[in-house]
Design a binder for this molecule. Structure first.
Ligand SMILES: [Zn+2]
Length: 249
Protein backbone atom coordinates (compact mmCIF):
# COMPACT_ATOMS: atom_id res chain seq x y z
CA UNK A 1 0.00 0.00 0.00
CA UNK A 2 2.91 2.30 0.78
CA UNK A 3 4.04 2.28 -2.83
CA UNK A 4 0.69 3.39 -4.18
CA UNK A 5 0.28 6.95 -5.25
CA UNK A 6 -2.11 9.13 -3.36
CA UNK A 7 -3.62 12.49 -4.20
CA UNK A 8 -5.77 15.16 -2.58
CA UNK A 9 -9.04 16.32 -4.07
CA UNK A 10 -11.46 18.92 -2.81
CA UNK A 11 -14.77 17.56 -4.03
CA UNK A 12 -18.55 17.46 -3.61
CA UNK A 13 -20.34 14.13 -3.10
CA UNK A 14 -22.79 13.76 -5.99
CA UNK A 15 -23.89 10.18 -5.54
CA UNK A 16 -23.28 7.04 -3.51
CA UNK A 17 -23.51 3.43 -4.67
CA UNK A 18 -23.59 0.52 -2.26
CA UNK A 19 -20.57 -1.76 -2.47
CA UNK A 20 -20.86 -4.88 -0.35
CA UNK A 21 -21.97 -4.73 3.25
CA UNK A 22 -19.91 -1.84 4.58
CA UNK A 23 -18.58 0.19 1.68
CA UNK A 24 -19.81 2.81 -0.76
CA UNK A 25 -18.56 4.02 -4.10
CA UNK A 26 -18.74 7.81 -4.11
CA UNK A 27 -19.25 9.81 -7.28
CA UNK A 28 -17.48 13.11 -6.72
CA UNK A 29 -17.17 16.39 -8.54
CA UNK A 30 -13.61 17.58 -7.95
CA UNK A 31 -12.55 21.21 -7.82
CA UNK A 32 -10.88 20.70 -11.22
CA UNK A 33 -14.33 19.94 -12.64
CA UNK A 34 -13.39 16.32 -13.16
CA UNK A 35 -15.70 13.56 -12.02
CA UNK A 36 -14.05 11.05 -9.68
CA UNK A 37 -15.18 7.70 -8.35
CA UNK A 38 -13.65 6.32 -5.21
CA UNK A 39 -14.47 3.70 -2.60
CA UNK A 40 -15.23 4.86 0.93
CA UNK A 41 -14.60 1.85 3.15
CA UNK A 42 -16.66 1.14 6.23
CA UNK A 43 -18.84 4.22 5.89
CA UNK A 44 -22.18 2.43 5.65
CA UNK A 45 -23.98 2.49 9.01
CA UNK A 46 -21.60 5.24 10.07
CA UNK A 47 -18.82 2.88 11.14
CA UNK A 48 -15.99 5.02 9.84
CA UNK A 49 -14.80 8.30 11.35
CA UNK A 50 -15.09 9.85 7.87
CA UNK A 51 -18.73 8.76 7.34
CA UNK A 52 -20.20 12.23 7.81
CA UNK A 53 -17.79 13.75 5.27
CA UNK A 54 -18.86 11.17 2.68
CA UNK A 55 -22.57 12.03 2.95
CA UNK A 56 -24.60 13.33 0.00
CA UNK A 57 -23.84 16.97 -0.98
CA UNK A 58 -20.86 17.26 1.41
CA UNK A 59 -17.99 19.35 0.27
CA UNK A 60 -14.84 17.72 1.64
CA UNK A 61 -11.11 17.58 1.18
CA UNK A 62 -10.39 13.95 0.32
CA UNK A 63 -7.12 12.06 0.47
CA UNK A 64 -7.36 9.27 -2.08
CA UNK A 65 -4.95 6.54 -3.01
CA UNK A 66 -4.92 4.79 -6.33
CA UNK A 67 -6.26 1.28 -6.18
CA UNK A 68 -5.94 -1.51 -8.71
CA UNK A 69 -9.45 -1.04 -10.01
CA UNK A 70 -11.02 1.74 -8.02
CA UNK A 71 -9.33 4.49 -6.06
CA UNK A 72 -9.88 4.40 -2.31
CA UNK A 73 -10.52 7.26 0.10
CA UNK A 74 -8.10 7.14 3.01
CA UNK A 75 -9.05 10.37 4.74
CA UNK A 76 -11.45 13.30 4.50
CA UNK A 77 -11.64 16.73 6.10
CA UNK A 78 -14.74 18.92 6.19
CA UNK A 79 -14.87 21.90 3.84
CA UNK A 80 -18.61 22.62 3.93
CA UNK A 81 -21.15 19.98 5.00
CA UNK A 82 -24.02 22.14 3.63
CA UNK A 83 -25.99 21.36 6.77
CA UNK A 84 -28.74 23.81 5.82
CA UNK A 85 -29.75 21.50 2.98
CA UNK A 86 -30.92 18.91 5.46
CA UNK A 87 -33.49 21.13 7.13
CA UNK A 88 -36.39 20.14 4.86
CA UNK A 89 -37.33 17.37 2.40
CA UNK A 90 -37.83 20.06 -0.28
CA UNK A 91 -34.24 21.28 0.11
CA UNK A 92 -32.88 17.73 0.01
CA UNK A 93 -34.92 17.08 -3.16
CA UNK A 94 -33.62 20.30 -4.76
CA UNK A 95 -30.00 19.42 -3.90
CA UNK A 96 -30.48 15.88 -5.26
CA UNK A 97 -31.86 17.27 -8.55
CA UNK A 98 -28.85 19.59 -8.87
CA UNK A 99 -26.32 16.84 -8.06
CA UNK A 100 -28.00 14.53 -10.57
CA UNK A 101 -27.41 17.17 -13.26
CA UNK A 102 -23.84 17.70 -12.03
CA UNK A 103 -23.09 14.00 -12.43
CA UNK A 104 -24.50 14.00 -15.98
CA UNK A 105 -22.59 17.12 -17.08
CA UNK A 106 -19.16 16.22 -15.63
CA UNK A 107 -16.78 13.54 -16.86
CA UNK A 108 -13.87 11.42 -15.70
CA UNK A 109 -10.50 12.58 -17.01
CA UNK A 110 -11.98 15.77 -18.42
CA UNK A 111 -11.99 18.79 -16.13
CA UNK A 112 -14.06 21.93 -16.56
CA UNK A 113 -13.23 24.62 -14.00
CA UNK A 114 -16.71 26.16 -14.36
CA UNK A 115 -18.51 23.20 -12.78
CA UNK A 116 -17.30 23.11 -9.17
CA UNK A 117 -17.80 26.73 -8.09
CA UNK A 118 -21.28 26.89 -9.59
CA UNK A 119 -22.35 23.65 -7.90
CA UNK A 120 -20.95 24.78 -4.56
CA UNK A 121 -22.74 28.15 -4.88
CA UNK A 122 -25.99 26.45 -5.93
CA UNK A 123 -25.95 24.17 -2.88
CA UNK A 124 -25.39 27.27 -0.73
CA UNK A 125 -28.25 29.08 -2.47
CA UNK A 126 -30.56 26.12 -1.79
CA UNK A 127 -29.65 26.45 1.89
CA UNK A 128 -30.45 30.17 1.76
CA UNK A 129 -33.70 29.95 -0.26
CA UNK A 130 -36.54 31.32 1.85
CA UNK A 131 -39.49 29.59 0.19
CA UNK A 132 -40.46 27.01 -2.43
CA UNK A 133 -40.55 29.53 -5.30
CA UNK A 134 -36.95 30.58 -4.67
CA UNK A 135 -35.90 26.95 -4.27
CA UNK A 136 -37.46 26.25 -7.68
CA UNK A 137 -35.69 29.10 -9.45
CA UNK A 138 -32.32 28.23 -7.92
CA UNK A 139 -32.59 24.69 -9.33
CA UNK A 140 -33.90 25.99 -12.68
CA UNK A 141 -31.09 28.57 -12.89
CA UNK A 142 -28.43 25.94 -12.16
CA UNK A 143 -29.88 23.71 -14.91
CA UNK A 144 -30.01 26.45 -17.54
CA UNK A 145 -26.60 27.94 -16.60
CA UNK A 146 -24.77 24.60 -16.65
CA UNK A 147 -26.48 23.41 -19.84
CA UNK A 148 -25.85 26.73 -21.58
CA UNK A 149 -22.19 26.46 -20.57
CA UNK A 150 -22.03 22.87 -21.85
CA UNK A 151 -23.31 23.76 -25.32
CA UNK A 152 -27.08 23.63 -24.89
CA UNK A 153 -27.86 27.34 -24.62
CA UNK A 154 -31.49 28.06 -25.44
CA UNK A 155 -32.09 30.81 -28.01
CA UNK A 156 -33.86 33.46 -25.93
CA UNK A 157 -33.25 36.67 -27.90
CA UNK A 158 -34.88 36.11 -31.29
CA UNK A 159 -36.85 33.41 -33.07
CA UNK A 160 -34.62 30.30 -33.16
CA UNK A 161 -35.95 29.41 -36.62
CA UNK A 162 -36.02 32.71 -38.53
CA UNK A 163 -34.43 35.39 -36.32
CA UNK A 164 -37.64 37.44 -35.91
CA UNK A 165 -37.06 39.76 -32.97
CA UNK A 166 -40.46 39.34 -31.39
CA UNK A 167 -40.69 35.65 -30.42
CA UNK A 168 -43.77 34.72 -28.38
CA UNK A 169 -43.56 30.92 -28.23
CA UNK A 170 -41.17 28.37 -26.70
CA UNK A 171 -40.14 25.12 -28.37
CA UNK A 172 -37.76 22.37 -27.25
CA UNK A 173 -37.56 21.12 -30.83
CA UNK A 174 -36.53 24.54 -32.16
CA UNK A 175 -34.16 25.10 -29.23
CA UNK A 176 -35.71 28.15 -27.61
CA UNK A 177 -38.09 30.96 -28.48
CA UNK A 178 -39.88 31.10 -31.81
CA UNK A 179 -42.13 33.66 -33.52
CA UNK A 180 -45.84 33.20 -34.29
CA UNK A 181 -45.44 32.21 -37.93
CA UNK A 182 -42.67 29.66 -37.24
CA UNK A 183 -44.63 28.34 -34.25
CA UNK A 184 -47.42 27.27 -36.60
CA UNK A 185 -45.07 24.71 -38.18
CA UNK A 186 -43.40 23.45 -34.97
CA UNK A 187 -45.47 20.83 -33.12
CA UNK A 188 -44.32 21.55 -29.54
CA UNK A 189 -44.35 25.36 -29.73
CA UNK A 190 -46.34 26.82 -26.81
CA UNK A 191 -47.18 30.45 -26.15
CA UNK A 192 -45.14 32.18 -23.44
CA UNK A 193 -45.76 35.56 -21.83
CA UNK A 194 -43.29 38.46 -21.90
CA UNK A 195 -42.79 37.95 -18.16
CA UNK A 196 -41.98 34.24 -18.63
CA UNK A 197 -39.53 35.17 -21.42
CA UNK A 198 -37.92 37.75 -19.15
CA UNK A 199 -37.55 35.14 -16.43
CA UNK A 200 -36.02 32.54 -18.75
CA UNK A 201 -33.38 35.13 -19.69
CA UNK A 202 -32.85 36.10 -16.04
CA UNK A 203 -32.14 32.52 -14.98
CA UNK A 204 -29.06 32.58 -17.18
CA UNK A 205 -28.02 36.21 -16.65
CA UNK A 206 -28.66 36.81 -12.93
CA UNK A 207 -26.33 35.75 -10.13
CA UNK A 208 -27.69 33.51 -7.35
CA UNK A 209 -27.50 36.44 -4.90
CA UNK A 210 -29.87 38.34 -7.17
CA UNK A 211 -32.18 35.39 -7.76
CA UNK A 212 -32.54 34.77 -4.01
CA UNK A 213 -34.00 38.26 -3.46
CA UNK A 214 -35.98 38.53 -6.71
CA UNK A 215 -39.75 38.79 -6.48
CA UNK A 216 -41.27 35.68 -7.99
CA UNK A 217 -44.69 34.03 -7.72
CA UNK A 218 -45.20 30.28 -7.27
CA UNK A 219 -46.77 29.80 -10.69
CA UNK A 220 -43.89 31.42 -12.59
CA UNK A 221 -41.33 29.54 -10.48
CA UNK A 222 -43.03 26.23 -11.30
CA UNK A 223 -43.16 27.15 -15.01
CA UNK A 224 -39.39 27.80 -14.91
CA UNK A 225 -38.62 24.59 -13.02
CA UNK A 226 -40.74 22.56 -15.45
CA UNK A 227 -39.04 24.10 -18.46
CA UNK A 228 -35.57 23.63 -16.93
CA UNK A 229 -36.44 19.97 -16.44
CA UNK A 230 -37.63 19.39 -19.99
CA UNK A 231 -34.68 21.39 -21.39
CA UNK A 232 -32.22 19.27 -19.39
CA UNK A 233 -33.90 15.92 -20.07
CA UNK A 234 -33.94 16.67 -23.82
CA UNK A 235 -30.37 18.02 -23.97
CA UNK A 236 -28.92 15.13 -21.96
CA UNK A 237 -31.28 12.48 -23.41
CA UNK A 238 -31.71 11.18 -19.90
CA UNK A 239 -34.48 10.43 -17.47
CA UNK A 240 -33.86 12.74 -14.52
CA UNK A 241 -35.47 10.92 -11.61
CA UNK A 242 -34.29 13.25 -8.84
CA UNK A 243 -35.34 16.28 -10.87
CA UNK A 244 -38.76 14.68 -11.52
CA UNK A 245 -39.16 14.14 -7.78
CA UNK A 246 -38.24 17.77 -7.02
CA UNK A 247 -40.79 18.86 -9.61
CA UNK A 248 -43.51 16.75 -7.99
CA UNK A 249 -43.23 18.50 -4.60
ZN1 LIG B 1 -39.64 32.70 -36.76
Amino acid sequence: MGSRKSYRAKAIVLDRTVLGEHDLILTLLAETGEQLRAVAKGVRKGRSRISARCDFFCESDFLIYQGKNLDVISDAATVDPHRGLRTSPEKIAAAAAVCELASLTSFEESGDAFLYPILSRTLGAIEEASDQAHLDIVVAAYAFKVLAHSGWRPELRACAACGDENPLFFSLIAGGLVCGSCAATIPDAEPVSPSQIGWLRSLISLRFDELLVAEIDDETALFLLGHAHSWAATALSARLKAFEFALSL
